[in-house]
Ligand binder design. Structure first.
Ligand code: GLP
Length: 257
């Protein structure tokens, strides 16, 4: 894993946007996996600031969606992705895909979504946040490490964390559709972003703990091209923090004997 520790949201946005723009310009990134939550917002904003026409040709696939919220609901991930990604990056809405949490047959919808991803040639770069319990997408602890897109039940702690968007905690949906951990591992490259001390324990478990379904993000240790982008607070519990900083410095300055 490449662990990059930066000063704050501005640097995180610039780094993430730089990585994505480089991939888009070189033709390596044609399909972007997009995440909701506050973590990737700095990257979307930096991409909007440095917008280039090639961005408008991207396909995008969302990680997850609540069950039972209509697409028009402002808190549905359909709406969040439209506001934060489709509009900002001027993507063609026809090329932006979010699973339908109101489908009559949710299992069939998940199969359809996997097939649509495969038909697009898979995800070239998957953006990820991380939950305080180590979830990625909505793959809660105990998720199968090889899971595919499927309906899941949200943990009480996740519903409490997301209640800030809904006002009333009882309004947070109880179920979701989420790409599986196996689906996420299929992306050619992944970029996980975490900020703030509330994520420090989950980041430690994901980067330095054992690969375990109890910390779903730890599955990224098995990915060949995973970058973990952190601010100082989120990196605070990493035992090898200084080593990661030295390694990044060497990348910039070159290897010296
Ligand atoms: C939700 C999303 C996750 C996201 C997590 C963290 O649960 N399903 O994809 O990573 O929230 O959100 P935030 O970045 O706002 O802390």
């Amino acid at each position: 894993m490449r662990v990059v520790i930066l000063d704050g949201a501005g640097d995180i946005g610039a780094f993430g946007a730089g990585l994505i723009l480089d991939g888009v310009v070189r033709g390596r990134i044609r399909t972007l996996g997009v995440a909701t939550g506050s973590s990737p917002l700095a990257i979307y904003r930096a991409l909007a600031d440095q917008w280039i026409p090639a961005l408008a040709h991207l396909d995008a696939f969302a990680l997850d969606e609540y069950v039972g919220l209509p697409a028009e609901d402002p808190q549905s991930y359909h709406s969040v992705i439209r506001r934060e990604v489709t509009d900002r990056l001027r993507l063609d809405p026809a090329n932006v895909h979010v699973p339908d949490g109101c489908a009559a047959d949710l299992d069939a919808e998940c199969e359809r979504y996997e097939a649509a991803m495969a038909a697009a040639g898979g995800v070239d770069l998957q953006l990820l946040g991380i939950g305080r319990n180590g979830h990625i997408g909505f793959n809660e602890p105990s998720s199968s490490l090889s899971s595919r897109t499927r309906p899941k039940t949200l943990m009480a702690a996740t519903r409490r964390d997301n209640a800030r968007f809904f006002g009333d905690p009882d309004l947070v949906p109880r179920h979701c559709l989420t790409q599986g951990l196996g689906t996420i591992l299929d992306a050619a490259e992944v970029l996980l972003v975490a900020q703030g001390s509330g994520k420090a324990e989950a980041v430690r478990a994901a980067v330095e703990g054992p690969v375990s379904s109890m910390c779903p993000a730890s599955v990224l240790q098995l990915h060949r091209r995973a970058t973990i982008l952190l601010d100082e607070e989120a990196a605070r519990q990493l035992a090898l923090r200084q080593y990661y900083l030295d390694t990044e410095k060497n990348r910039i300055e070159g290897l010296r004997p």
